[in-house]
Write a protein that binds this ligand. Structure first.
Ligand SMILES: Nc1nc2c(ncn2[C@@H]2O[C@H](COP(=O)(O)OP(=O)(O)OP(=O)(O)O)[C@@H](O)[C@H]2O)c(=O)[nH]1
Length: 518
């Protein structure tokens, strides 16, 4: 199927283009949706991990707080009744400080808030009113402070206190342990083991968002750039949050039950999505061969769709070729439309061939007798001349045919002509030709036949006709003039004239004979 105009495309190219576009769009679409799904999964995974981790840390911190309070409780019980024994009190607070690593410093105050004993970190406070003492005395219960600057070192600390009650259940003072937020402390031991290289951070804030713990110590005491009310999540304690700094982070958080502290595990979105590049490379690697295979399949498919149409178009051009119909029949029209088209072309072609055949017959045949006419004779003689095929001519004329017409009528004369042609055709070989060239004049062409052989044939034909019983008419005779033609002899026209002359001679000699003019 050649390109007829600039704007007309070949069918297989059209299918290919459509399929290619569809494949590329599908490929891009699958990459885009894959990217989206993978991204959402990574984000959701990071949030889940952070949420679970924050919860685990808050549970651990709660256990630590409870065990620390138990230690303080124990000391308060043993110290409450020996409040006057300073050496004992000193020993108890030292034990509290060094037997466990829960506190950075320990202290013990009486019911007036005067610090009676403590670990060496609070030596400067002994005998003085502690900074937090009024609150502890006022609470007379377990009390965990918000971060405040230590009156001794100036660094931020948290103090946990439990009350002491003597044997008469009278308030006798308090025992406290502090955590130095800006130094190595127990929170660091609990929370600091885990901080990731991928930019993840663990930090603890109190209800005022002041940072109590951060793996970057310089941030302790500052206010966190996080507003948990703006977390974009529809499930649990975690989700995406847009930081005031402009960074998007994925957080999971969990409250410590006995305090208002919140432990936050936080990962930048960008670092959570780092594996995405590798995943997408894998996806591309795996989908490309399939996409390529689909494309090849479509290419073959496009070719097999267009092929029958292309062949039909090519063959339909060769209308005159005798093999066209067989060639079209051989075309594999495997789908309904091409099959329908093939059938239509075939039936049109058969009809055209039939009509052409009929026309050809009409043009070259005598309508009365079915014998060849002058045009067919001329065409045959031109071929002989071209191919230099030798032949002989019998010019045959019915004797006294006028008499037959006059005696029996024109219709009977016609029947005689038809029967005569039948006789001559049955007498001829395949390569010979019988042509009607006048009312009752015929030319009999004998291919590859010498003049002598032709004469013999003429005589046999003449006798055969004379022996025939014609309907109504009975017997009749014919006269025959014989001539021949071969390459480099006379012209074909001349040989026909010679046959005519010979016929005239035959008539002149009394008819019912064959004559050759030497
Ligand atoms: N029935 C019939 N007669 C035809 C046809 N064509 C020509 N004829 C007749 O053929 C006759 C030919 O007569 P002529 O030329 O005088 O020759 P002839 O009577 O055969 O005499 P010779 O040829 O001299 O033996 C005429 O009567 C024509 O009318 C035809 O198609 N059908």
């Amino acid at each position: 199927m050649s390109k007829v105009k600039g704007s007309i495309l070949k069918l297989n190219r059209l299918i290919l283009f459509t399929a290619l576009t569809a494949t590329v769009i599908t490929f891009i679409n699958s990459l885009a949706s894959n990217y989206q799904v993978q991204k959402e999964q990574l984000v959701s995974q990071a949030i889940d991990v952070n949420r679970a981790y924050a919860k685990k840390l808050s549970d651990t911190t709660e256990i630590f707080l409870q065990s620390s309070l138990q230690q303080l409780n124990y000391t308060s019980k043993v110290a409450a009744n020996k409040i006057d024994n300073l050496a004992f009190l000193q020993e108890q607070t030292a034990q509290l400080r060094y037997q466990t690593k829960s506190f950075n410093s320990t202290l013990l105050g009486n019911k007036d808030g005067i610090i009676l004993a403590g670990s060496k970190e609070v030596d400067a406070l002994i005998g003085r009113l502690g900074l937090i003492s009024p609150r502890a005395i006022e609470e007379k219960a377990v009390f965990i402070t918000e971060p405040f600057p230590s009156s001794v070192s100036g660094i931020l600390i948290i103090l946990m206190t439990v009350p002491m009650f003597d044997a008469d259940n009278q308030y006798a003072g308090f025992v406290g342990g502090s955590i130095y937020l800006e130094r190595d402390n127990i929170l660091g031991n609990i929370l600091g083991e885990h901080h990731y290289k991928d930019g993840s951070t663990i930090y603890v804030i109190d209800k005022s968002k002041k940072i109590l713990y951060h793996n970057d110590l310089s941030k302790v005491g500052t206010f966190a750039d996080v507003d948990l009310d703006t977390v974009e999540s529809n499930e649990g304690e975690g989700g995406l949050i847009h930081m005031e700094s402009g960074e998007d982070v994925l957080i999971g958080y969990s409250k410590v039950p006995s305090t208002d502290w919140v432990i936050i595990a936080q990962t930048p979105v960008a670092s959570s999505l780092l594996p995405l590049t590798g995943i997408m490379e894998e996806v591309v690697l795996h989908t490309t061969p399939i996409t390529f295979a689909v494309f090849i399949f479509v290419w073959f498919f496009a070719r097999s769709i267009s092929s029958p149409l292309q062949q039909l178009a090519e063959k339909a051009k060769l209308l005159e070729s005798p093999s066209t119909i067989q060639d079209i029949e051989k075309i594999n029209s495997w789908y309904v439309e091409s099959h329908g088209l093939k059938k239509s072309i075939l039936s049109s072609m058969k009809l055209i061939h039939k009509q052409i055949g009929q026309l050809q017959r009409d043009v070259t045949t005598d309508p009365l007798t079915g014998a060849n006419n002058r045009r067919a004779l001329k065409f045959r003689l031109e071929q002989y001349e071209l191919l230099e095929t030798p032949f002989s001519v019998l010019a045959l004329d019915i004797d006294y045919f006028k008499h037959i017409n006059d005696s029996y009528g024109h219709k009977v004369g016609d029947d005689v002509l038809k029967r005569l042609v039948e006789l001559m055709v049955s007498f001829s070989r395949d390569s010979d030709m019988v042509a009607r060239v006048g009312g009752e004049e015929f030319i009999f062409i004998l291919e590859n036949c010498s003049q002598e052989e032709a004469y013999t044939c003429a005589e046999r034909l003449r006798i055969k006709i004379s022996e025939e019983e014609f309907n109504v008419v009975g017997h009749l005779t014919v006269s025959i003039g014989v001539s021949s033609w071969q390459k480099d002899s006379i012209s074909i026209d001349h040989s026909l004239n010679l046959a005519d002359e010979a016929l005239y001679e035959a008539k002149g000699r009394g008819r019912n004979r064959s004559v050759i003019i030497e």
